[in-house]
Design a protein. Structure first.
Length: 251
């Protein structure tokens, strides 16, 4: 049996973009044992793929701060005891497939997830634009969910929710719970951030908004219901986002 170790530890978006590697390997080596080394905070992502036998969490970011401590050395030793890898020589053909599926919605009311947060302020879309989009969605009977990851994002979520008719701000979620939230959504609209790419990989209708990055490099690709709007220095207009959102909802 071929044993294969994938080492893609971070970031969230990069881990998502490597899911098709598992599908591709499985297509050619259906009996292969595939394990994946990943940062502990992102372990939920490779676990979504049925082709991954074992997920090996590491904490490189945390270990860097305590490299000299005995507990850290022991943790590294345990990981090293599990590693095995083999290079594969074949040419890839066909479109990339993420190999994961969206979770069925457990919420009676249809909802849209708005991912307004990103790692860089230059990538943000104006709050007035999010509010205008939410107004259109509410008029069509759709609730809006505004997840967050840190205190600044939570404050923005709450500020936006106060200006929206049918919006809610959930408690902070683990990635496992976020996967269920994204998977059950009628639509996800997000900035150039890892969660937006994860929604696209789940097969959810997903609209990516690009303000300071080029979608040609970091866009939603191999996503059957993904759409990219905007580019560097040219954020999309609200009307264009609304029109694209309505088109995706109709599909």
């Amino acid at each position: 049996m071929t044993a294969i170790l994938l080492v893609k530890t971070s970031s969230l978006g990069d881990v998502v973009h490597n899911l098709p590697v598992v599908t591709d390997i499985r297509r050619r080596f259906p009996d292969a044992r595939i394990d994946w080394v990943v940062e502990e905070h992102f372990a939920a992502i490779p676990r979504c793929h049925c082709g991954v036998r074992d997920v090996i969490p590491v904490a490189v970011r945390r270990w860097r701060r305590t490299w000299w401590q005995h507990a850290t050395r022991e943790a590294i030793g345990r990981v090293r005891a599990r590693l095995a890898a083999q290079a594969l020589g074949y040419a890839r053909d066909g479109a990339a497939e993420y190999g994961i599926q969206r979770a069925p919605s457990t919420t009676a009311a249809p909802y849209v997830v708005l991912l307004h947060a990103t790692s860089a302020e230059r990538k943000l879309w104006p709050e007035t634009a999010w509010i205008a989009l939410a107004k259109t969605l509410a008029a069509r009977g759709l609730d809006v969910v505004l997840p967050w990851g840190n205190a600044e994002e939570r404050a923005r979520s709450e500020r936006l929710a106060q200006a929206m008719a049918r919006a809610r701000v959930p408690e902070r979620m683990t990635l496992d719970v976020v996967a269920d939230l994204l998977g059950g959504a009628r639509l996800v609209v997000g900035l150039d951030t890892g969660l937006t790419h994860w929604a696209g990989a789940l097969g959810v209708p997903t609209l990516g908004i690009y303000v300071a990055t080029d979608p040609a490099a970091t866009g939603l690709y191999a996503c059957p219901l993904g759409r990219n709007l905007g580019t560097i220095g040219q954020p999309p207009a609200v009307d264009d986002v609304v029109a694209a959102a309505m088109e995706l909802l109709a599909r």
